[in-house]
Every structure is written in C-alpha cells, then in structure tokens.
Design a protein around this ligand. Sequence first.
Ligand SMILES: C[S@@+](CC[C@H](N)C(=O)[O-])C[C@H]1O[C@@H](n2cnc3c(N)ncnc32)[C@H](O)[C@@H]1O
Length: 206
Amino acid sequence: MPSQTKITSFADYQLLVSEHVYDPAEDSFLLAENLTVKRGDYVLDMGTGCGILAVVAAEKASKVVAVDISPYAVRCAKENAKANHVAGKTSVVQGDLFTPIRTAEEFDLILFNAPYLPSTNIQEGSWLERAWAGGKGGRQVIDRFVCESPKYLKKGGSILLMQSTLSDVHETLHRFRRRGLEADILAKHALPFFETIVLVKAKQLS
Ligand SMILES: C[S@@+](CC[C@H](N)C(=O)[O-])C[C@H]1O[C@@H](n2cnc3c(N)ncnc32)[C@H](O)[C@@H]1O
C-alpha cells in the first residue's frame, strides 16, 4: 500500500483512499445508505472519487460507469473496483462531467455526490480541492450537471444528487422541475456550523 493511502470502510466494503482523492464522508455515506439499485440497472456514478458509490451500486447493477475529472480518483476507483470484486462490471473513465459518455447512452440511475461548497475559482484548485469546491455560490458544477444529466436518463430513470444548504437546494429542485423531472428531497443530515447536507432525487416521468 502506498504510504499516503488510508482505508475507509462502509458496510462490508473496504476502500483504499489515496491522499489526492476525497475521503468518503457523511455525504458519501448518506448517499450510499439511500441508494436503491434494482437488479440489472445500468448506473452512472458521476464524480466517483475512490469509487465507493460505484462499488456499492455494482452489487445489483448490470453495469456501472464511473466518471471523474481527477486522474488520481480514476486510478483509485479502478483499484477499489478490483479489490471489491466488481471490476468486471465497472468501467472507470476520466473526464469533465458527461464528456466521456456517448450522447446516445441512457442510464436507469445517475448518482453525483457533487462539489457543492461555495469557493473561489475552481480551476485553480488542487485535485483534492476540486472534490468539494463548487465555485461562486457552490453551484458551478451542480448547474452544469442539472442541465446535462436528464439527457442521459432512461424514461422512468432517477438521479440522486448530493449537495448542501450552502448551495441553494431550492434552485436545484426548481431547475430539475423546469426540465420536466419530478424533484424532491430524499434525505438530509445536519452538520455542525449551520450546514445541512441534502440528497435530492429527480425522476424522469415514464
Ligand atoms: C465530493 S467528491 C465525491 C467522491 C465520491 N463519489 C464520494 O461520494 O465519496 C466529488 C468528486 O467529483 C469529482 N469532480 C469534480 N468536478 C468534476 C467534474 N467537472 N466532472 C467529473 N468529476 C468531477 C471530484 O474529483 C471528486 O472526486
């Protein structure tokens, strides 16, 4: 194991997390606990980080595509898919949001524990800062995701998006609804210092 790598556990899963990669936290766990993957689902895990959500989803999914902008995260998620015996049905690719996904691709479920905290210029940050930095108002990546994700969803498919009250949850609900999706809050968890993490579920009507 490289010196700056730690091990994080969730349920029966063990994940290696390298020093440049987001260490799964309350937001990762809240999303993982609310993950309902049906047997045979085709799942997209956007911003996979160490691959925690991809690995959990792969237990029931027929296939999981995992995307991350960080080359460190891609390497780490590949290792964790292998270590948790789901590499055969997990494909991990590097790219900015949907750029590595073919336009005709449609998923049953799209997950994103997004970078949602208000910050200054995202591009100037380290790979680790880009795991949490959401730019002005915390919505720079979220808004692009909300705009693009419905195109990649099957009829009846769902999106689970994790963000926080610091990045305007109502704006997210409003933007999904404007695109014709049903959108609601599925779960939330209060953190210290006046922040609540919020899991939004958006569903494409069949
Ligand atoms: C909060 S972390 C979540 C990691 C993991 N899914 C989890 O729940 O622990 C956000 C992840 O999104 C990735 N990310 C940030 N901007 C991205 C973008 N534009 N396209 C793809 N991935 C991005 C980051 O590199 C980071 O791994």
